[in-house]
Design a protein around this ligand. Structure first.
Ligand SMILES: NC(=O)c1ccc[n+]([C@@H]2O[C@H](COP(=O)([O-])OP(=O)(O)OC[C@H]3O[C@@H](n4cnc5c(N)ncnc54)[C@H](O)[C@@H]3O)[C@@H](O)[C@H]2O)c1
Length: 279
């Protein structure tokens, strides 16, 4: 038994890139938020693992640029504009994705956004904006993709990206926390309802991932405290890992949950948070 101490500061556990096998050969996937930090890592991994992928994001230009970089339609990667705030945009994106891919076998609901304000100042418009992108849009695309899978008679898999914020909650992000809690819950319900159609639904709950979104959170805190944004960002590093979570570490779990081998894992919310949330 050694001296009593906390682990912060002493060590860094390196990121291990996943070994890549063609586990998704022949599969057709849609990734929302596919140009973002976690989304682009997911798109790239799924492609390497043999899938055809539609990158669906709010900027079709950014999605097209990424698709080009990854080899374009010759490599089975396509770009589609999708605004999760607009019901018509969601329907049009699903129609386009299904006709581009010739069907759909999986959906990764990665897109999301956060707007920060103390609970006392969390006015209705902040709830509306965040629920539109983090809850209503993801549910709408999930519903339409599930209906397509049922029509195809193939089943499929859906992975939602919630957050440990949906389990523990963080100050100044009440609508974000509540939206992620909603995703965890609707994951359980849809898994149960769609099991008879062989559609599997799970979600991942990341901790602090090194992406634009976490930088945005640090920048917003910095506007209201004397601390520097870089210091706040560094403070958000995971204690057990000694660093932030890497996008590829979340992408690996999304890929695993999209695969056919996880039939016995259903309706779960899997923490990818370096051990911070105990349940
Ligand atoms: N970064 C973190 O620390 C962290 C932690 C827990 C959960 N998450 C979740 O992980 C997911 C990915 O986030 P990220 O960290 O990669 O952030 P990111 O900002 O890099 O990516 C978010 C993506 O969502 C897209 N998006 C935003 N509004 C949209 C809209 N109206 N329609 C369609 N797409 C839209 C953006 O264009 C972007 O590509 C999000 O759901 C986020 O809530 C992130």
């Amino acid at each position: 038994m050694g001296e009593f101490k906390r682990h912060r500061g002493g060590h860094v556990i390196p990121v291990v890139e996943p070994a890549v096998f063609p586990v998704h050969r022949g599969k057709r996937f849609i990734v929302t938020g596919g140009t973002g930090g976690v989304g682009s890592a997911t798109v790239e991994l799924l492609l390497k693992q043999g899938a055809c992928v539609v990158i669906a994001d709010v900027s079709e230009d950014a999605a097209a640029k990424l698709a080009d970089t990854l080899g374009g339609s010759d490599r089975g990667v396509h770009a589609i504009g999708l605004d999760l705030r607009e019901e018509a945009s969601v329907r049009a994106a699903v129609d386009r994705a299904v006709s581009t891919l010739g069907g759909v076998d999986g959906l990764a609901n990665v897109a999301g956004m956060v707007k920060m304000a103390p609970a006392l100042e969390h006015v209705r418009s902040l709830w509306d904006d965040q629920f539109a992108v983090n809850v209503f849009g993801p549910f709408e695309i999930t519903r339409l993709v599930a209906a397509q899978m049922i029509d195809q008679g193939t089943g499929g898999s859906i992975v939602n990206v919630a957050s440990e914020a949906g389990k523990r909650g963080h100050p100044d992000m009440v609508a974000y926390n509540a939206g992620k809690a909603a995703i965890i819950n609707l994951t359980r319900v849809t898994a149960e309802e769609w099991a008879p159609h062989s559609i599997n639904v799970n979600c991942v709950c990341p901790g602090g991932v090194e992406t634009r979104m976490l930088h945005q959170v640090a920048d917003t805190h910095a506007q209201h405290t004397p601390a520097d944004a870089d210091d706040i960002f560094a403070f958000m590093a995971n204690e057990q890992l000694g660093r932030h979570i890497a996008p590829i570490e979340v992408a690996s779990v999304i890929s695993f949950l999209l695969s056919d081998q996880v039939q016995a894992i259903r309706g779960q919310s899997i923490n990818v948070d370096g051990g911070s949330c105990p349940y």
